[in-house]
Write a protein that binds this ligand. Structure first.
Ligand SMILES: Nc1ncnc2c1ncn2[C@@H]1O[C@H](COP(=O)(O)OP(=O)(O)OP(=O)(O)O)[C@@H](O)[C@H]1O
Ligand SMILES: [Mg+2]
Length: 186
């Protein structure tokens, strides 16, 4: 079983959105997975589940400091770091990257620039990110009200607003994740 850890101790950066959309992508393609909600404060659309014959585990994590993040990083096959892209997001991301490096997992990491729009990528963030990226993959999910609307109906944005930019970019991002974990594109 492969474990996909979705982590960034910055609150509200899109961890749960990514966990849900990945679970929706697996639902659509009959991938067997367990889903762990280590946050437990609600907000996730999918009901957490553990199944015996899971090929993947999706692990959604809290947006606050907790003790066992190092262990979780060590046990992960892929670490997805959703982040927003303002200068305020730099310190937490820096801490995350240091922890990942200490645990020898830098090359198993990918980034998602979430809630991206062309106004909120601060030059300070871009300049800093270039110095830490180290060739790792970056996917982009745009800022869109369609996510909130889809969520109200308990749906993936891909089903709720299939022609929207939000859906197209989400599909692309999910395919990029699938590629990293050895699943076919969908
Ligand atoms: N790309 C986006 N466009 C618009 N709204 C978004 C986007 N991504 C996330 N949001 C909204 O921002 C809020 C925070 O997102 P989410 O819950 O996924 O973050 P989180 O990292 O899991 O937060 P926490 O650290 O509190 O667990 C939610 O209301 C979500 O719907
Ligand atoms: Mg969350």
């Amino acid at each position: 079983m492969k474990t996909i850890l979705i982590a960034n101790q910055k609150g509200g950066c899109g961890k749960t959105l990514v966990a849900d959309e990945l679970a929706f992508s697996f639902d659509r393609t009959d991938v067997k997975y367990s889903l762990y909600d280590l946050d437990g404060q609600g907000g996730i659309i999918h009901k957490p589940k553990v199944i015996d014959d899971a090929d993947y585990a999706i692990v959604d994590t809290p947006g606050y400091i907790y003790d066992n993040l190092g262990e979780l990083i060590q046990g992960a096959d892929l670490i997805i770091i959703p982040t927003r892209t303002t200068y305020k997001d730099i310190p937490t991301l820096q801490t995350m990257l240091e922890l990942i490096e200490q645990n020898g997992k830098s090359s198993d990491t990918m980034f998602i620039f979430n809630a991206w729009n062309r106004f909120n990528v601060a030059a300070a963030f871009e300049d800093w990110f270039k110095t830490v990226r180290d060739g790792r993959h970056v996917s982009i999910i745009p800022q869109s009200e369609e996510f909130a609307k889809a969520g109200m109906y308990g749906k993936s944005v891909v089903e709720y607003a299939p022609r929207s930019k939000a859906a197209l970019m989400t599909c692309k991002t999910m395919n990029e994740i699938r590629l990293q974990i050895g699943l076919p594109q969908k």
